[in-house]
Design a protein around this ligand. Structure first.
Ligand code: MG
Length: 464
């Protein structure tokens, strides 16, 4: 099975190296599954068997932070590898050594460097064009986030979760992050949000640097949940999704960023920088491709500022391929890529041209904040994160109904969150009937890689 490896990817397992700075050279990328699956090489070979599509879960003896449940399955043949990746780990934030005397003045007795601040991190990465970017993101994004959060640790507070006092009276030094935050009344949540956004940018540069040095390509979506000081920070760049399922209630914590949802952003950039379209694309959207015999006639179109439709007289330029074109989930940017946010893709070009697509893609996530302190949770309340392989065939309501039924029946099983993740993946994968994977109702099942985290909310940070 490993004979079908992509160029530049070596098979096998390896320990994951720490890279704390975007300026450092990343380690050689080996194809691997998430570290918490603790796979042996033999299990690794079984896991890529696409006629069997075994659903994998962590071993019984290994517990993930918060008793998180996890399950995954490989795709039905769309690529040789499972291109999804996942990370789940605690992050301990410690104050960085800073020689700036202003920091000493502002926080004289609040040194948190010994104890550290505990955060918890979950990440899902859905690769395309090869597994490299998703593996790199799963290995490095949490280090980039840690690095950014440690830079503001004095401002966001110590282990007690109480921000240190800002002693600004009589202070005449240069502007610092802390007094800037005070003057502009910027809340701590927005500093954390900014840190996560900067970390995504740094990680994207790290992946670009790595791919350029190895002549490799590919990208990935990224969905991150960070728990810090009683709040979830949910960062989404791509089309994975996080929802909270709470008795009779579903709360979607992330939005998807695709050629459909970001059409106007893409078209606006094309308006501002038409040179990015080369001589190949039109910035207008049409309900169908314009034909030569349409020239001079009224045709329906949409521009960057329009959510509705209008008429224009068709011109020669309208014969070009629209920068955003396609139906529903088949809609692509420049006929190439469906997701418009993510990491990597620095070398992605329009097929058979030298036109780069990266300028139209964004590595910056949308970050939403969920305050756990504002809610009371029971044993059946969970946060579910999954790649699009699950959401392609299941709605939020489908997932919530399965969750409610499953957890009600398995109240006393200590592995119930992992079993729920397995149940969700199993149902979305379906069963092989002839050459097709089908759902129970006979419709097509998900042929994509599927990865699911189930995070229990009733005992935050503890064991189930
Ligand atoms: Mg996918």
């Amino acid at each position: 099975m490993f004979g079908r490896l992509s160029r530049g990817i070596a098979p096998g397992t390896k320990s994951r190296q720490t890279v704390a700075s975007a300026n450092r050279e990343p380690s050689e990328t080996l194809y691997c599954r998430p570290h918490f699956l603790h796979q042996t090489p033999g299990e690794g070979s079984q896991a890529v068997e696409q006629r069997a599509r075994l659903v994998l879960v962590p071993p019984r003896s290994k517990k993930l932070p918060w008793s998180t449940g996890y399950a995954e399955v490989i795709n039905a043949g769309k690529s040789a590898f499972n291109e999804d990746q996942a990370t789940c780990r605690p992050i301990i934030l410690r104050k960085t050594v800073d020689n700036d005397e202003q920091w000493v003045l502002m926080c004289p007795k609040e040194d948190t460097s010994d104890q550290g601040v505990l955060a918890t991190y979950w990440g899902l990465f859905d690769g395309h064009g090869g597994p490299v970017a998703a593996i790199q993101a799963s290995e490095h994004l949490h280090h980039c986030i840690k690095e950014q959060l440690e830079e503001i640790l004095d401002v966001i507070g110590g282990p007690s979760n109480v921000p240190p006092p800002l002693h600004l009276e009589g202070h005449k030094g240069k502007q610092t992050e802390a007094n800037y935050a005070l003057e502009k009344r910027i809340c701590i949540e927005n500093l954390v949000k900014g840190a996560v956004e900067k970390a995504f940018k740094n990680c994207d540069e790290l992946i670009g640097h790595y791919q350029a040095s190895r002549n490799q390509a590919g990208g990935c979506t990224a969905l991150v949940v960070l728990h810090l000081q009683g709040k979830f920070y949910v960062a989404s760049a791509g089309d994975s999704r996080a929802i909270i399922v709470q008795k009779d209630d579903i709360l979607q914590l992330s939005n998807e960023f695709t050629a459909v949802t970001e059409r106007q952003r893409i078209q606006y950039l094309a308006f501002l920088k038409p040179e990015l379209l080369g001589d190949e694309f039109s910035r207008y959207e049409f309900p169908r491709r314009v034909k030569r015999n349409d020239i001079g006639k009224k045709i329906l179109y949409r521009d960057y500022f329009m959510s509705g439709w209008g008429y224009k007289t068709a011109e020669d330029d309208d014969l070009k391929y629209p920068v955003v074109h396609g139906d529903g989930r088949q809609t692509r940017v420049m006929g190439t890529i469906a997701v418009t946010r993510g990491l990597g893709d620095h070398r992605l070009k329009v097929y058979d041209t030298d036109l780069p697509i990266k300028p139209f893609l964004s590595c910056i996530p949308e970050v939403t904040i969920f305050d756990l302190g504002q809610h009371e949770f029971g044993q059946s309340d969970v946060l579910i994160m999954a790649t699009d392989g699950l959401w392609d065939v299941m709605s939020n309501r489908d997932v919530a109904d399965i969750t409610d039924r499953f957890l009600e029946d398995q109240k006393h099983d200590p592995r119930r969150y992992t079993m729920l993740a397995r149940c969700l993946v199993h149902q979305a994968r379906g069963t092989l009937q002839g050459n097709d994977w089908k759902l129970e109702d006979g419709s097509y099942a998900s042929f994509d890689d599927i990865s699911v985290f189930v995070i229990p909310l009733h005992n935050i940070g503890g064991t189930a």
